[in-house]
Design a protein around this ligand. Structure first.
Ligand SMILES: [Zn+2]
Length: 287
């Protein structure tokens, strides 16, 4: 056999990994991050991360959920942020339940999120556990996240809501590395109606869903030159007509539910070329 054989194999491999949407999505199959210094490439909805680190499964004041998804990787700044937020929860006697961060090399997921691609997004459940309780592994897969809203009425579900959840949200929003936080518009409206300190409401943005967890997004790290920032949040507390429209739309959608249509998985087409180097990095990717 000539030396041509491996090079043909290599080009086939490269073609396969660059194909826009093959079944299984190569990004979800990668088992481990690339080694080396962390670099965010691209945007929250079309990007990847080199040198991501894993969130330890359990720490003081938090526990990671749904470990089987292998979505507990992020930029070290995200991991430090979560650990800091958790330490403050622990000081109040609580334990945070942390949902999805990103895949080992970021990139589009096979389902569930459009963003979470660049190692800077994390979901945190509203529900908290007592600090001294760690859920057994089976429960981290099975336990459901309760909704904090009564969507058809446009109000908080006070049977589930706790001021502790507001404390954690506020603390996250006041963290300088946090760019914005997504919550259901009904939750944002309830905060608008009750908070006297308005400083932190700006970063709390209304969205669909996000009634059982909130989604924290960090700013681009200063040393990630290829990280694409998002348009900044507009000034002001955001307790305005636009928010009222959000709430109205969510209430109407809850009162007239349409048959559920599974959203298409995010495209792999808008990724920066540099992300394919990350995907095909030197570390074996567990196949
Ligand atoms: Zn999220």
């Amino acid at each position: 056999m000539s030396a041509r054989f491996p090079s043909i194999l290599l080009s086939l491999l490269l073609l396969a990994s660059a194909a826009p949407s093959r079944a299984g999505n190569g990004w979800s199959d990668v088992a481990s991050p690339t080694p080396g210094s962390p670099q965010v490439i691209g945007s929250y909805t079309g990007g990847c991360i080199a040198g991501a680190v894993a969130l330890p499964w359990v720490g003081d004041g938090y526990q990671a959920m749904r470990l089987s998804r292998n979505r507990y990787y992020g930029h070290p700044v995200l991991i430090r942020f979560l650990e800091g937020l958790s330490q403050q929860a622990a000081a109040r006697g609580n334990r945070l339940l942390v949902g999805d961060l990103g895949q080992p090399r970021g990139g589009p997921m096979s389902g569930g999120h459009r963003s979470h691609q660049s190692g800077l997004d994390a979901d945190i459940w509203f529900l908290q556990q007592p600090r001294n309780q760690v859920l057994p592994r089976s429960q981290t897969e099975r336990l459901g996240a309760p909704s904090m809203i009564r969507a058809t009425e446009g109000t908080l579900n006070y049977a589930n809501w706790s001021p502790r959840y507001r404390d954690t949200l506020k603390q996250a929003a006041l963290s300088p590395e946090v760019e914005r936080i997504f919550v259901n518009a009904i939750i944002k409206q309830a905060l608008c109606d009750s908070e006297t300190d308005r400083r932190w409401l700006n970063k709390v943005r209304p969205w669909w869903g996000h009634d059982a967890h909130f989604h924290v997004r960090l700013t681009c790290p200063f040393d990630s030159a290829q990280c694409q920032p998002q348009k900044p949040v507009p000034p002001g507390d955001g307790c305005d007509a636009d928010l009222a429209n959000w709430v109205r739309d969510i209430v109407q959608a809850a009162r007239n539910p349409k048959p559920y249509k599974k959203p298409a998985p995010p495209s792999t087409e808008n990724l920066p070329a540099a992300c394919y180097a990350v995907l095909n990095g030197s570390t074996a990717w567990g196949r």
